[in-house]
Write a protein that binds this ligand. Structure first.
Ligand SMILES: [Zn+2]
Ligand SMILES: [Zn+2]
Length: 383
């Protein structure tokens, strides 16, 4: 195994199991250093035991390199792989149809890795695409992107896409839903993006009526494709209770405006809770199963079985655990959302009510809309 690759694989698996960034960063930094060495220098330094003289290589990373150079799977990696948490069982058909991820972050906002690294990790997971959804300006704590920086990012993504094709990075944003339901980015810029995930990150405890109005305003905005982590709850540590809102009304609006309800797979979120997921299914919503990854290894969370030890606020128990263990994602979600790899309705289906072919129902998930066509069309196409 190539030494740099071994170090990156270790970093991936540390992130996959939720290790803090500082532990992971050492392996990624060492990978960069090793990648910059010639084969001869790497072999020579390994032989002489002088790897640790290089800035960015410590005792542990040097051991990994030595194993890799000797043609062995590094012991550290072997141990990690043996401890790796299993993927969810059940829902195989739906999982096989998952071709990408609508929600991820890079080091342009509060993610830990460059866009390229996120894209390459997604490709290794057999994704065909990854949507980059860095934060919007008001989320300063997460280094939200100004309009100017987002425009810059679009150019960077275009260059990377030319290089990584046929893999595709879809352009996007996780745009803050402001207190009044407005979106925290220039409308024209949102129009240029392939996918807009709208999430509330502030004033999560506002009164039920106000929160309902806020979410309704957001999901009825034609620029929104996905409603991100709709309750805002946190289920680890001290936790955070769910925001209160009229879920019937909000999910109805999601269906009406073809906004996907996100199933956020972050272990500390697992949002929405099971009862709301069931409600959204009954309403007939579309879903986006997202990792909300802030590091390459977290992209694997989309398929990861939540830990048995996850505590729920207020003692509510095991909702997502139960849902995933039973493969309960499968039947219900399929009812609401066709297999994600299948264009729906078929691209050739014209809407008789419109002069141009209608894609009004194909805007919430990029795998359904591979060209990322935004909806200039009227909503509610009769087909
Ligand atoms: Zn968020
Ligand atoms: Zn996010």
């Amino acid at each position: 195994m190539d030494a740099a690759r071994a170090l990156r694989t270790i970093a991936f698996h540390l992130e996959r199991r939720g290790e803090p960034t500082y532990r992971v960063a050492a392996f990624r930094r060492a990978a960069d250093v090793v990648a910059g060495l010639s084969e001869d220098e790497l072999a020579g330094r390994t032989r002489r035991g002088t790897l640790t003289e290089l800035k960015g290589i410590g005792k542990r990373t040097a051991e990994v390199v030595a194993d890799a150079v000797a043609g062995r799977e590094p012991e550290y990696l072997t141990r990690l792989l043996a401890q790796a948490e299993p993927e969810v069982s059940g829902g195989a058909e739906l999982l096989a149809a998952l071709k990408g991820d609508c929600h991820s972050h890079s080091d342009w906002s509060d993610g830990g890795s460059p866009i390229r690294e996120m894209a390459e990790a997604a490709r290794e997971l057999d994704h065909e695409w990854l949507t980059l959804t860095d934060h919007s300006p008001r989320l300063t704590v997460a280094r939200g992107l100004s309009a100017e920086r987002l425009r810059e990012q679009l150019d960077v993504v275009a260059e990377l896409n030319a290089e990584l094709a046929p893999f595709r990075i879809l352009t996007g944003i996780e745009v803050d839903i402001l207190d009044d339901g407005a979106l925290d980015q220039e409308p024209e810029l949102l129009n240029r993006l392939d996918v807009v995930v709208a999430s509330a990150h502030s004033k999560l405890r506002m009164p039920k009526q106000a929160m309902t109005r806020r979410l309704l305003a957001a999901v009825s905005n034609p620029r929104v494709n996905v409603l991100g982590h709709c309750t805002g709850r946190l289920v680890v540590g001290k936790g955070r209770p769910e925001s209160e809102f009229d879920a019937d009304a909000v999910f109805d609006a999601c269906r009406e405006h073809d906004v996907a309800v996100e199933i956020n797979s972050r272990p500390e979120r697992l949002d929405p809770p099971r009862r709301l997921l069931r409600l959204a299914l009954d309403v007939g919503c579309r879903f986006a199963i997202d990792s909300d990854a802030h590091a390459p290894g977290q992209l694997a969370w989309q398929r990861l079985r939540p830990r048995g030890g996850v505590r729920r606020p207020g003692g509510a128990g095991g909702e997502h655990l139960a849902r995933r263990r039973r493969g309960g994602l499968d039947a219900g979600v399929r009812r609401a959302c066709p297999p994600l790899s299948t264009p729906y309705p078929p691209p050739s289906t014209p809407c008789p009510a419109l002069p141009t072919p209608c894609s009004a129902f194909r805007t919430s998930c990029p795998s359904l809309e591979p060209r990322g066509v935004r909806p200039p069309y009227p909503r509610g196409c009769p087909t």
